[in-house]
Design a protein around this ligand. Structure first.
Ligand SMILES: Nc1nc2c(c(=O)[nH]1)N[C@H]1C(S)=C(S)[C@@H](COP(=O)(O)OP(=O)(O)OC[C@H]3O[C@@H](n4cnc5c(=O)[nH]c(N)nc54)[C@H](O)[C@@H]3O)O[C@H]1N2
Ligand SMILES: Nc1nc2c(c(=O)[nH]1)N[C@H]1C(S)=C(S)[C@@H](COP(=O)(O)OP(=O)(O)OC[C@H]3O[C@@H](n4cnc5c(=O)[nH]c(N)nc54)[C@H](O)[C@@H]3O)O[C@H]1N2
Ligand code: SF4
Ligand SMILES: [Mo]
Length: 679
């Protein structure tokens, strides 16, 4: 490998933008990470997090070799061992567990710490299928909303974000795009400059995205469905709907017209906290501006009623016929366009027992504590459940179980890794070969190693190859090369958008755009092949067939609704253990309305205890008008550093959302007390 130069790469993080990168190397080491100006969407601009990626790659705390635990679980005392010892320890333990309890007592736990398909959902899936381990339902992120969107639109298909420069009205609905989808903000700002587009942000927290809006609409948590229904009420009542689009491309518009009569602006205002005149103004702007675009965020779907919210809001563009207009429509997620061949990549046929149990990752704490037959071994990779999973105290109590054999594969000794019996060091994505698909733009990219492997670390793919060998698995699938796996994943005749994209062309070009056509005129993958304003399938599955507002569950008698969202300089818990990023972010704060603060004697800068029936944490109050009375919001999945009490997920419910087994991070309630004054 060349020691010097500038190399094309791709950002591996779980972020819709999936930027093209340029890695600058001197003496074999990364000295700078830049955006790739040739990338058609991300155009050389990248976020601050990844600009400082080199500091993470060479952080003094990065894991260099395998280790075994020598102190109590959670304390973090480990001793170096060899890879041979690590693999032998794991496989012999698993063999004995399988003999006494069966393979289902082993549970993999992973998410998308690295979005590369081979490492995130390739060789690992093959391995655990063959092993017959319990299956993990990976529902922590967007599954409620994905299911809701699918009921209406038939799949993860929206408009091409590159078209949104034509939009004249852009609604960021429950998305902190300035931090979480910065290139959509860049496109919106371009539209504002070129076409005088107006940017509306609907959120429970006036954060960096709300601050750049032409109009920020604060809303009470979990009530967005009612607002969308109120908009529909006005659109129908004032005859601002596109009857010809409704007739040709939707089912159920007449039922919907009748149904939304009950969501009059006064009723909706009472539910949402949005003033009646603002509901009219919003509906009239939406009904009279074209093209209009809604970027549907992840926030409002992390609620008890999150699936129904996405199902409902995704009906709006149909009412005004926006899908036929360039720059009109919506994006919830676009992963449907770049769907790879998962059958070939993951080989589900290797799983012999089709009745193998499935465990929802949002219930990991409860699963570890109560499942019968019990989970005897947990293998964690590309995720940090002790920090990111709901009801964190339960999760850590589960991880503490003495007879639970835990393996964690990561780049750092995360909060989760502290509970491991065996810790394995992971390569960064820049040391691997992999293929990446964005869930927002339409490009597919390849990653080839641009730096040498760090210490003794190994990629997920390589570790699963070793584990397969250690378990005596003889299938050829476990010795497939990275290139072979990419070819298998790309071999997907069922996906017409991938035509012409293959391994060789990716190696030559680095990124290629899927051959995506507008959704309309066209047929969807819903049962009726149309947009389902009325869904028979939902009815059959026990949901109201028409969009319906269902209030949040009762989460106990606490005065505040608690919104613990992501922050600007971390990516979920990634970077929460890197000094540079901690310095940039400074400290976790609790945003509180000044009326609430005054009533409880809290001043800006005071340390406060935030607590409920599940746990507590300690944060610094930020008093002002960024949230409505009755709401408190904090940002970032902080790790507990030297005794700080910053794990916000100690407070979040592990209830399951209405659809897709989704998480309900934002549906919890808390009490807040002053600990001591800042002065
Ligand atoms: N900088 C940064 N970027 C990231 C991430 C990160 O951690 N940091 N995480 C990545 C991942 S995995 C994901 S899934 C995406 C998520 O990115 P987004 O789609 O932006 O989702 P969230 O950040 O979860 O929440 C978005 C907004 O929803 C608001 N919200 C919460 N409840 C409600 C509600 O009931 N109604 C309304 N209208 N708003 C509500 C929150 O205040 C927040 O501003 O970002 C990705 N990008
Ligand atoms: N309170 C609250 N909780 C949330 C959310 C929220 O908004 N609020 N958001 C939720 C959402 S949307 C998501 S997606 C989840 C995300 O939760 P996670 O998927 O757990 O995401 P990260 O915290 O980024 O942890 C990823 C870990 O993978 C490691 N890693 C990176 N690359 C590799 C690799 O190649 N191999 C291995 N073995 N490890 C690797 C990183 O070092 C890091 O420790 O969090 C959820 N939790
Ligand atoms: S985290 Fe997102 S915005 Fe930042 S470099 Fe990666 S893809 Fe781009
Ligand atoms: Mo996510």
């Amino acid at each position: 490998m060349e020691k010097q130069g500038v190399f094309k790469s791709v950002c591996p993080l779980d972020c819709p933008d999936q930027c093209g990168l340029l890695i600058h190397k001197v003496d074999g080491k990364v000295v700078k990470v830049d955006g790739d100006p040739d990338h058609p969407v991300t155009k050389g601009n990248i976020c601050n997090k990844v600009r400082h990626m080199a500091e993470r790659l060479y952080d003094e705390n990065r894991l260099k070799y395998p280790m075994k635990r020598v102190g109590p679980k959670g304390e973090g005392k480990f001793e170096r061992i060899s890879w041979d010892e690590a693999i032998t320890t794991i496989t012999s333990k698993w063999n004995s567990i399988i003999e006494t309890d069966g393979p289902e007592s082993i549970l993999p736990y992973s998410f998308y710490g690295n979005m590369g398909h081979l490492n995130a959902e390739g060789m690992d899936r093959r391995f655990f299928h063959r092993l017959g381990a319990s299956q993990l339902d990976r529902s922590i992120c967007s599954s409620a909303g994905s299911v809701g969107y699918r009921y209406t639109m038939g799949g993860g298909l929206g408009i091409d974000p590159e078209d949104t420069i034509h939009s004249k009205l852009i609604i960021f609905w429950g998305i902190n795009a300035a931090s979480t989808n910065m290139h959509q903000v860049a496109l919106a700002q371009k539209a504002r400059k070129q076409n005088g587009a107006k940017i509306i942000v609907i959120d429970v927290h006036k954060n960096q995205t709300g601050r750049l809006a032409d109009w920020f609409i604060p809303i009470l948590p979990g009530t967005d469905t009612a607002l969308a229904l109120g908009i529909m009420h006005i659109l129908f009542a004032e005859n601002r709907v596109d009857d010809s689009f409704l007739h040709q491309y939707t089912v159920g518009s007449e039922e919907l017209r009748e149904h939304v009569l009950q969501y009059d602006p006064i009723t909706v205002s009472t539910i949402t906290g949005v003033p009646v005149e603002d509901i009219y103004r919003l509906a009239r702007m939406y009904g009279s501006t074209s093209p209009s675009f809604i970027r549907i965020g992840n926030g409002p779907q992390h609620h008890d009623n999150g699936g129904m919210f996405v199902r409902t809001v995704s009906c709006l563009p149909a009412l005004t016929g926006q899908w036929l207009i360039k720059g009109g429509g919506a994006i919830k997620g676009n992963s449907g366009y770049l769907a790879l061949n998962t059958t070939k990549l993951q080989l589900p046929r290797l799983l012999k027992n089709k009745q193998t149990r499935v465990i929802n990752m949002n219930k990991i704490g409860e699963a570890l504590l109560t499942l019968d037959p019990p989970v005897k071994s947990l293998y964690v990779y590309s995720s940090n459940p002790a920090v990111v999973a709901p009801d964190g105290n339960k999760v850590r109590k589960g991880l503490e179980r003495e007879e639970l054999f835990v393996v964690v594969h990561d780049l750092f000794l995360t909060e989760t890794a502290k509970y491991a019996d065996i810790v394995l060091p992971a390569t960064s994505s820049f040391e691997n070969t992999d293929v990446y698909t964005s869930y927002w733009h339409h490009y597919i990219q390849i990653q080839q190693p641009v730096i040498d492997v760090y210490g003794e670390s190994k990629s997920n793919v390589d570790v699963f190859r070793l584990l397969a060998k250690g378990m005596g698995f003889e299938e050829a699938a476990f010795v497939d090369s990275d290139a072979e796996m990419i070819k298998q994943a790309l071999d997907q005749p069922a996906n017409p958008y991938l035509v012409g994209i293959n391994y060789e062309s990716l190696v030559e070009r680095q990124f290629l755009k899927a051959k995506v056509k507008p959704l309309f005129p066209g047929k969807l993958r819903t049962p009726s092949r149309k947009i389902e304003l009325y869904s028979k399938r939902m009815k059959a599955n026990g949901y109201p067939p028409l969009p319906t507002y269902i209030p949040l569950e009762n989460d106990g008698d606490h005065p505040y609704h608690f919104i613990p969202a992501p922050n600007h300089n971390f990516l979920n818990s990634t970077f929460s253990n890197n000094h540079k990023h901690i310095d940039l972010e400074k400290e976790p704060r609790l945003h509180m309305n000044s009326k609430d603060a005054e009533a409880s004697g809290i001043e800006d800068g005071d340390l406060v205890r935030v607590w409920n029936q599940r746990g507590e944490c300690v944060l610094k109050a930020k008093v002002g008008e960024n949230v409505l009375p009755g709401v408190v919001a904090t940002q970032g999945l902080w790790s507990d550093i030297e005794g700080t009490k910053q794990l916000v997920n100690n407070l979040t419910p592990d209830r399951i959302a209405d659809m897709g087994g989704g998480a309900t991070f934002f549906s919890g309630r808390v009490s807040v007390n002053k600990i001591y004054s800042h002065a």
